[in-house]
Design a binder for this molecule. Structure first.
Ligand code: ACO
Length: 428
């Protein structure tokens, strides 16, 4: 708690509110008693200035381009850690010991299979169903299969549900892909890592052994780390809001997947890839930069700019390096790579982008990498959902364990008609 208070004068009366400080980041004005003491609400659509919860998971400083999970910088985690280790860190608060990591990985591995009956759900979908539609349906349906982990008041059951969700998401995602291309589902294999197992279930076929390229496994694992959590973004806030009513964890994560599906949230990497392909060759970059700067042209450089980051998105730095590694491993010689690198360089040196603090975001490179690995664009958001599941369950657990947790219930500024009397239809 800071020793400053915020004073508000409303209708001639003064009220004051405590100002609270976190470990880093902006202070918050605690206005929980505002309505009781003044009869007024605050108005903040889009939560531009509102902290909706207390959290110890992830910290972002958008001006400095900083992203920390439990205090650890994302660059260090992406370089030196693994997705399993980051998952443990997010869920438990500390990095695991060697034994703890081995035990956690074993637990997750043991939960990767799906109830056999769930396979029949897939056959109910049209073959051309969007895989995110399948994800929403199948993840929501998990609550009908795993009754022994839906008592949210029991910390053990909450942890079992969290492990199940992290473990089953790759299987569910790979099956959604297999169904769309008419290939048989592959069962998980416990001798493979979390990420290698996902790659095999996605790209392997029962007719032959699947070789997991270590460079691709590493790149995919890094992409998962980069998407694991991003504090109170729209889908995470959706999971928290759904969970605040006491809904079961599988239903809450299905709600998060539905929110992530929107193009303003999970869909930007596809747009960035399409743009780079449309530019096609480096000579055309100036034309597109000019269009992005033209006030009369709605075109924007996709993968540039961010609501929070007004500096280089630290995840984009790792993505650029990963892109190089994937292209090298797969011996890809695609002009889209040169277009991306040169476009970034030109935009970063252009006064328009400098003045507006527009930098590449995580989506600028991720679409190109995923496409090079072999994923169709419809799968991009599915991969995001797979990785973000760990952030969602960690945030959900944090919320349920918080003694100050209340059902989320925003208020409104009502602008509709005032009370009036009903007029029977023959008199209207
Ligand atoms: N290209 C050209 N100009 C841009 C761009 C861009 N990519 N982004 C913002 N600007 C300009 C706007 O025209 C605006 O100019 P003005 O002040 O002259 O009107 C100014 O920069 C501020 O832009 P806003 O849209 O007000 O900024 P906001 O914070 O609301 O938007 C957003 C952030 C939506 C990400 C925006 O930068 C954008 O549309 N980027 C392209 C899409 C994209 O890459 N989205 C992925 C985001 S990351 C993620 O979701 C994981």
């Amino acid at each position: 708690m800071s020793d400053t208070t915020a004073k508000l004068t409303l209708g001639g009366a003064d009220t004051s509110y405590a100002v609270r400080s976190g470990s880093i980041g902006p202070d918050v004005i605690d206005i929980r008693k505002l309505y009781a003491s003044t009869g007024a609400f605050t108005f903040d659509p889009g939560f531009m200035s509102t902290a909706a919860c207390e959290s110890g998971l992830t910290y972002i400083d958008g001006d400095e381009g900083v992203l920390l999970h439990r205090g650890y910088p994302i660059g260090q985690l992406a370089e030196q850690s693994s997705f399993m280790e980051v998952s443990y860190l997010l869920l438990n608060g500390e990095l695991p010991s060697k034994d703890e990591l081995a035990a956690f990985s074993r637990t997750i591995t043991r939960h990767t299979m799906l109830h056999e009956q769930l396979a029949t759900f897939y056959r109910g979908f049209r073959r051309d169903a969007h895989p995110m539609a399948i994800m929403c349906g199948v993840v929501g349906a998990l609550s009908a299969f795993y009754h022994d982990s839906t008592d949210i008041a029991d910390p053990h059951q909450r942890m079992v549900a969290s492990h199940r969700l992290i473990a089953k998401m790759p299987t569910i995602a790979a099956m959604a892909y297999k169904y769309s291309i008419g290939q048989p589902f592959l069962y998980p294999r416990n001798d493979l890592s979390y990420t290698a197992n996902f790659l095999r279930m996605t790209f392997g076929v029962p007719a032959e052994e699947y070789y997991v390229d270590p460079a691709i496994e590493r790149a995919m694992d890094r992409i998962f780390i980069l998407h694991a959590d991003h504090e109170q973004n729209a889908s995470t806030s959706t999971v928290r809001l759904a969970g605040s009513s006491g809904a079961n964890p599988f239903a809450c994560i299905a709600a998060g997947i539905a929110c992530l599906w929107g193009p303003a949230h999970g869909g930007a990497n596809e747009a960035a890839l399409n743009m780079l392909r449309e530019i096609g060759r480096p000579e055309r970059i100036p034309e597109f930069i000019a269009r992005a700067k033209d006030k009369n042209d709605p075109f924007r450089l996709m993968g540039f700019g961010h609501r929070v980051y007004k500096n280089y998105d630290p995840r984009a730095t790792v993505m650029q390096q990963t892109l190089r590694e994937v292209f090298e491993a797969l011996k890809i010689n695609d002009p889209v790579f040169d277009v991306a690198i040169q476009l970034e360089e030109m935009a970063l040196n252009d006064p328009y982008f400098i003045e507006k603090k527009l930098f590449p975001n995580v989506d600028f490179y991720s679409g190109v990498i995923l496409s090079a690995i072999g994923f169709p664009t419809e799968m991009f958001t599915v991969l995001f959902a797979l990785a973000r599941t760990v952030g969602w369950v960690a945030q959900w657990n944090e919320m349920i364990s918080d003694p100050e947790q209340k059902i989320g219930r925003p208020r409104q500024l009502y602008t509709g008609p005032v009370q009036r009397d009903y007029v029977p239809v023959d008199k209207r």
